[in-house]
Write a protein that binds this ligand. Sequence first.
Ligand SMILES: C[S@@+](CC[C@H](N)C(=O)[O-])C[C@H]1O[C@@H](n2cnc3c(N)ncnc32)[C@H](O)[C@@H]1O
Length: 323
Amino acid sequence: MNMIKCGDSRELLKELDNDLVNAIYFDPPFNSNRKYRLNTSSDLGFDDIWKENEYIELVEPMVKECARVLKKNGSFFFHISADQMMLPNMICEKYFKKVQPIFWKRSRSKNNVKTKLGACTDVIFWCAHVDKPKFNMIYQPLDSYYAANSYKNKDARGNYALGHVCYTKTQAPDPKKTPNRYYEIIHNNNTYKPKYGWRMSIEDMEKLIADDRIHFPTKKTGGNLYKKIYAHESKGKPSTDYWDDVHSIAMGAEGRKYPTQKPIKLLERIIEMSTDEGDIVLDPVAGSGTTGIAAKNLKRSYILFDKNPEAVILCKNALQGGK
Ligand SMILES: C[S@@+](CC[C@H](N)C(=O)[O-])C[C@H]1O[C@@H](n2cnc3c(N)ncnc32)[C@H](O)[C@@H]1O
């Protein structure tokens, strides 16, 4: 199911069934009191100027409808600038059980900001009807300090860091309930039996030893065994709620088609973590269609709405050959 429609999403969303979509990315105007245009000689864009209650009257009905069409284990992402996050936070808390902020560092500090703190952070509220919605682990690049200082050991396979294979005192499993974590390893006439147990079964440990993936003690590393974590096999670090490795599309950059266009990498990360292939992703304020492009790249279906006919043309050009 792929769909692109032009209209006011407060109405269009009512046409969708309950419990239909797996993820929703919602990047409405931010209440920034600005007019956004692609550049000074273009009309392409939208106005983000609202009086009194107009802003809440724009976003709250859409969030309410999104909560209705979202599947029980689905995810809703409300994207907003950090300085405007309070109202969206309240609305998200009203319609969802779980609300977790993700902090996106979209730009570096700017030298031309002289009289205030430079704004460089957006917040993406990750919301769901349940505490544990569908989630696929995603990875971020390793911190440069960690990368430079951890992979200090080397063997024929390459550089590696040391991963723990023994529990500490506070983690130790109960020997009566899990006796299979208290075994002996004998290697080169040395016996290894950690006081608080192994983190893996003897079968898994023996496989790692046979594959030369266990680091045996040297004078430098002391008496413990470690798992070899190779630099060239690392996917990165399991993602945190602080995203500083995706950069926004700069003004005037090649490929920028819409004033507030978000990077495809940001949407791919959101879609990858919250959906599987074949799932449906909805964006009721789609702009240039970034969500649809990311969904298509990842083999998900998309539903895109926007009230700006020029934005809808961009979506159709990007996704359906202009039709
Ligand atoms: C911040 S932009 C979205 C940018 C988009 N994420 C992208 O990557 O291009 C917000 C969009 O909301 C649309 N919009 C505002 N009010 C709307 C409404 N009531 N119904 C549908 N779309 C609306 C605007 O036309 C604008 O394209």
